[in-house]
Design a protein around this ligand. Structure first.
Ligand SMILES: *Cc1c(COP(=O)(O)O)cnc(C)c1O
Length: 452
């Protein structure tokens, strides 16, 4: 029989996360306080995050132990499977070998649970009663809602308005786990009310929803804030994906030449690629590593590498990253998880160091790729993951043109079972491409603070 699954036993769940910070050839630029513009210290974040996560944000330990209770919950779906996409290879008539790590097997349906469980755990241990957060498509909100329920925490979610309307079943899932969900911008916060006053019909953005959740956490001593992507500790928790993949590729007796992931804030991409980049820095991997983003929200390919706020209301610290400007409201593409104005500082940094490349994909090419993948492999991917698949198909067709073998590995970050309306709209010709919103981005970039 042809091998298509490369599975690890439960006791092969990693015992530690991989922290790339000590291996970087040049350190990350410091995060700055929004008022003083001085580098922030651990105390500045204490109102928002528990001590342990603040420590992980700046830790120089290469390996950070995964707590037993977190590993125990991981065991419900980890190690996640690695598949060889043999039917897709045949459909594309390519000499390339295509592998994918499938994170859609988590109960919440995506990789987001890898960090949600860890964040809820540390918050519980340090006495937090409630977590407030933002969500785009609802993947992060459902993961955090489940993790909060497991650890006995309350959960408040600000869901970007356009997704709240597009994806009611995601909201239903969060509420099933016991979370309270509001469409963002909402009239519950100063940040939300300010946006609604200017733009009553605002479709919302992750930047706005983050402002609302941060505001709620900052004002209530029993509530802390949780972010589903972007921050170093979130990317750290996702490295279980790449650590497992390295072992599974060894089982397949293969090595990736190309590694691909989609990028919203950068966490699923980071999860798969950071352990490989650690090897690349040490000369032990020569893989080309490609981040794929939507053409409608192209922070890595068209953004500016500079200091910006993480949110629209400028409540968060400033980080140096590829950004389209924190006031930019991206078009309402169906890949709601990719509608973020910025990019993880760590992913921005490794792009700047030349360790990775970045490309963009239009919505229609992404959905065409997702449908082709579903028909070949039987898994309906999340719209976000379709962007990665589009790039995988480009690479596989290039291999066919050149008549060259190559091994491609990508992160199938989640399933699209809650996104079927997007597929229905695609099939009936209702989805469209969006031109690069140059004027809006220029305006948002013009408003950036002038720092280094
Ligand atoms: C949230 C999400 C993304 C985008 O976020 P990253 O932090 O860039 O991973 C991608 N795929 C899925 C399935 C998601 O839920």
């Amino acid at each position: 029989m042809e091998h298509i699954q490369f599975n690890l036993a439960q006791d092969r769940i990693p015992h530690t996360w991989y922290n790339i910070l000590p291996d970087l050839p040049r350190p990350l630029s410091p995060t700055l306080h929004p008022a003083t513009l001085n580098p922030i210290g651990p105390g500045d974040l204490a109102a928002l995050f528990p001590h342990n996560l603040i420590q992980q944000e700046v830790s120089m330990d290469r390996e950070i132990e995964i707590p037993g209770e977190v590993r125990q919950i991981y065991a419900q779906w980890r190690p996640s499977p690695l598949f060889r996409a043999r039917r897709l290879e045949r459909a594309l008539d390519t000499p390339a070998r295509i592998f994918y790590k499938y994170e859609g097997v988590s109960p919440a349906g995506s990789h987001k649970l890898n960090t949600a469980v860890a964040q809820a755990y540390y918050n519980k241990r340090e006495g937090t009663k409630r977590l407030a957060t933002e969500t785009g498509a609802g993947q992060w909100g459902s993961a955090l809602a489940m993790a909060c329920r497991f650890f006995g925490l309350k959960c408040k979610v600000y869901m970007v308005r356009v997704s709240y309307d597009q994806k009611p079943y995601r909201r239903g899932m969060m509420e099933t786990f016991g979370a309270t969900v509001s469409a963002s911008p909402s009239d519950e916060t100063d940040a939300g009310r300010a946006i609604l006053e200017r733009t009553p019909q605002s479709p919302g953005s992750l930047g706005i929803a983050i402002s609302e959740a941060v505001e709620v956490a900052a004002k209530d001593p029993e509530t802390k804030y949780a972010l589903g992507s972007v921050l170093n500790h979130v990317l750290l928790h996702q490295t279980v994906v790449g650590l497992e993949a390295i072992e599974q590729m060894a089982l397949a007796d293969d090595e990736p030449d190309v590694i691909i992931g989609c990028t919203g804030g950068g966490s699923n991409f980071a999860g798969l690629v950071l352990p490989y980049l650690g090897r690349k820095i040490k000369g032990r991997s020569r893989a080309k590593v490609v981040a794929v983003e939507p053409a409608a929200c192209p922070s890595l390919t068209k953004g500016k590498f500079t200091y910006d706020f993480g949110d629209t209301a400028r409540l968060t610290p400033l980080a140096k990253m590829h950004t389209l400007g924190s006031t930019f409201v991206p078009p309402g593409i169906h890949a709601g998880g990719l509608r973020y104005h910025g990019m993880a500082p760590l992913i921005s940094h490794v792009l700047n160091l030349g360790l990775i490349e970045a490309r963009s994909v239009q919505q229609l090419e992404a959905f065409a790729a997702g449908v082709q993948f579903a028909r070949a492999e039987g898994i309906v991917p999340a719209p976000e993951a379709n962007h990665a698949i589009a790039e995988v198909i480009r690479e596989a067709l290039l291999a066919r043109e050149e008549g060259k073998q190559r091994t491609i590995l990508f992160n199938l970050s989640g399933h699209g079972h809650f996104d079927m309306q997007a597929y229905i709209d695609y099939e009936s010709g209702k989805l469209q491409n969006y031109d690069y919103p140059a004027a809006e981005i220029a305006m948002a970039l013009a408003g950036l603070p002038a720092i280094g």
